[in-house]
Each structure stands twice: as structure tokens, then as C-alpha cells.
Design a protein around this ligand. Sequence first.
Ligand code: ADP
Length: 508
Amino acid sequence: MTIRLGSPLARFSAFAVLAIVLPTAILAVLGYLSLRQWKTSSELLFRQQAREMASMAAEKIEMVLVRTEDEILVSLQSLVASPDFAPAALERLLAATPLIQRLYLFDRRGAPLFPSSWMGEDAGVSVGLLAEISQGFWERGGRRHLVIRDQVILAAVLKARDGAPLLAAFSRNPEILRGEILEKTLGKQEGPAILSIIDHQDRLIYSREPLERADRIVTVTFGEALPLWRVTLYQPRGMSPQEAVHRQITLLSITFFLLLVVIMAGLFATYRLVRRETEMARLKADFVANVSHDLKTPLSLIRMFSETLEMDRVPAEAKRREYYAVIARESDRLSRLIDNVLDFSRIEGGRRKYDIAPTTVEPMIRETLDSFGYVLAQQGFKVDVSIAPDLPEVPMDADAVSQALANLLDNAIKYSGSHKVLRVEAKSRDGHLALSVVDEGIGVPRDEQQKIFEKFYRVGRSETQGRRGSGMGLALVRHVAEAHGGRVTVESQPGSGSCFTLWLPLAG
Ligand code: ADP
């Protein structure tokens, strides 16, 4: 289909592009860019908050641990400085302080004062410990966390009653550390995020909730009190702000897409409507011009021949008869045309009524054909009529069917080229009366064969080769056929002819 510049369709298309498609496209691009921006900044913010939360948890755990260890060191100091200090007092302290796993006490020369009996790794740990303690540390005093054989040992220089330095060191019981410090500090945590503790080999030490359906967001290290462990923050799957943003974006995109589809569908529907209306307006304008022309031709002929006869200018009787016949033929044409127009307007207004009664088919066909007798003879048509002898009476509105047949005959005459052959057939088939009009004329192109039954539709000018018409005839034929519960069909080969068949049910 071509769109002419300046036509209503072209104006509509330009309007659609400028007023709807362009702003929608701009909106889509801006929306996409701002959604991306939003996603990036919310991700950043979320990571930053997660890191702060994990760091705060790490600081809190370490603070509680250091405070507990300080209290233990204070108790140790007061024990070793007491006048009746004996290793049994350390045993009692050990029993009262479950956080301590193994406790060691050495004198300035590195000789072990406690425990009295070594077990397991004790020897190895004490060798490692003494190797780590420098001269300066003995003199300066204070406390240090050391990693010996994958465990953290707190070492501190204490003062004996006589002022001699003693080295105290202890390792932590991991069960107590988990239950007393981690559980108490992290167990109260609220919100969807899960804080957990992992060791230097990524093994889980503690987590308030199972982590199978959660994603690791950030990991932060502790200070020197817990050098082997790290705090990690997990987010249950589907709960992270990124996913919430993602869901929002998907939802917005779907809404936008649906909106776009609705707009496009609306545009398409409006476009089709405008196209139909434009086409209808053109067809109606053509229709008025064609009908006026079709009315004028027979009228001028009638006038010319009647005036000639009136002036008595035709002496020969045969000629006069011929003129009368022309007047009668043209009057027939005229009344057929007027009937068509009137019927058409009744159909359009939904006022066309059909008076259906059992009718003998042959007389109706012969009468209709007779009204074309003169034209057929004059144009030299070879006419062949074949009516099945055993046809029953068919329920029909005889006038309407005769008018439909007349339209088919009129077309066959109009669209026959130099092959002036016409065949009319009536037979019963598949419970129907099949009434066919066959010609060997110009035929109808295949892709137009259904359209020709639409009102005002005419095959392109070059195909109909300048024959006048209003595009009403076949629309009327179809209406008559359908009003009888039947149909009209066409078989046609461009260049070889057409066969139009009216199918009317035999039983009403
Ligand atoms: P009109 O003949 O007034 O144009 P119709 O509704 O009777 O309108 O026919 C519609 C179109 O179908 C015609 O314009 C013509 O192109 C095509 N047509 C109808 N009958 C024939 C035929 N027997 N042979 C070829 N073309 C036909």
C-alpha cells in the first residue's frame, strides 16, 4: 500500500510518530538510564551499609573478648602476687574460668611453673611461645596475642610477690568462646542479614541461621585478638536490595512494555480505522460518480430515440420497432439500476425484507434472461441455457433472486471481451439449487476474488478496462444469497472467464 504525502493517512502517520512514538521512545531511554543509575547507587549503598554492620559486629566481639581476658589477667596477677601462692590456686582458677583451655606459667629463665604435668601439644606450644617472647617484652611487660600452631595464645608478663617477672599464657576454649561471646553478641542481632564467623580456612565457626539459601555480601577481619577469624555478612536469597531493585525494574519494564503494546495496538486500530474510512470515502465518491453516469446513459438514449420517434423522422416500420426496443431495453436497465440502488440503501439501513415462497425455477430464469434478449442478440452472444428437468420448487424471494441473476448476467455481458459466450446452468447439488452464470471474459485475479463481493469494491481500472459500474451488484447478490441461507461463489481464471454460482438451499 502506498501513502500519498498530504493524505489523511500520511498526516495520521506523522501525528502518530511525533505525538506518541517519539515521546514514548525518549521516555523509554530516559527511564532505562535512570533505572540503571538507581540500581548502581542502591548496590553501592547496600554494600557500604553491610560493611559497616560487619565491622561493628567485629569490634563488639573483640571488645567483649578483650574485656573478659583482661579480667582473667587481673585474677592471675592477684593470685601470683599473693603470699601463699601455690599451683593449686591456679587449678581453682582454671576450674572457675571455662574460657581458658590451657594455662601456662614460666619464670624468667623459661622454666615452666604450671602446669605440673604436660599433655598433648603443651611442649610444642611452650617452645613456640618462649621463642616468640623477646627480651624487651620481658622488661617492658604488657600483653600480646600470638598465633602458635593455629591457635591464639594470650601472653602477659606478671609480677611475682618478690617483683620477679613471670610469663603467663593461656589458650581459649573454642566451645566457650562460641557459646559465651559469639552467641551472646551476635544472637541478639535483628533484620534479614545474617552475621557469621569463619576461620582462616573459610570453615564456619558460628552462624545464627543456616546459610544454604543465602549469599555472602562482605567479609571483614578482626583486630589482633582474633587474627584467624573473620566476620561475614550473608543475605537470604531474594531479600537483598539489588534483587528488590531488580524486581522493581522488571515490574516497571513489564508495565512499560504492556503500555507500549496497548499504545501500539491503539495506534494500529486507529490507523486501520482511518484507512478504512479514507477508503470508504473514496469508494463512496466513486460510487456517486459511477451511478450518476450509469443513470445518464440510458436516460440520454431514451430521450434521443423518443424525440426522434416523436418528430416522425423514422419512416421505416422496422426501424421504428428497433427504436421502441431500444427504449424498452434502456428503461429496463434504468429500472434495474434504480432497483439496485434502492435495495442497496434498504440493505444498508437493515430494512430489506425477503418474501420467501416455493418457486418454480425455470420460468424465473427464462424471464430474467428474456429481459437481456435484445442486448445479447445485438452484441452477438452465443447463449447456452441448461436447466435440470427434475428441479423441485425452491423456497425463494423470486424478485430478489431474479435481480441477483440479472446482476450476474449484466456482469457476464459487461466483462466478456471478444469471446461472447454465455452459459446459464441450474441444477441441484448437495441439497442446494446451484444457479451458475458462466462467461469466457476477462476473469477476476485470484487475490481479488473475495473482495469483489464487498460493497463498492471494483477491480482496478486497467483490469475492468474502462467498463462503468458502481461496485454494488455483487454485494447485492451476496446479500440475497445469505438471506436465503445460501452463498455465492466464484471460480475464475484471468483471461479465460468466470463462473459465478448462487447456492440456494432446496429445503427452506
Ligand atoms: P460493478 O460491475 O458495478 O463494478 P459488481 O459488484 O457487480 O460491480 O462487480 C464488482 C467487480 O467484480 C467488478 O468491478 C469487476 O471488476 C468484477 N466482476 C464482476 N463480475 C465479473 C465477471 N463476470 N468477469 C470479470 N470480472 C467481474
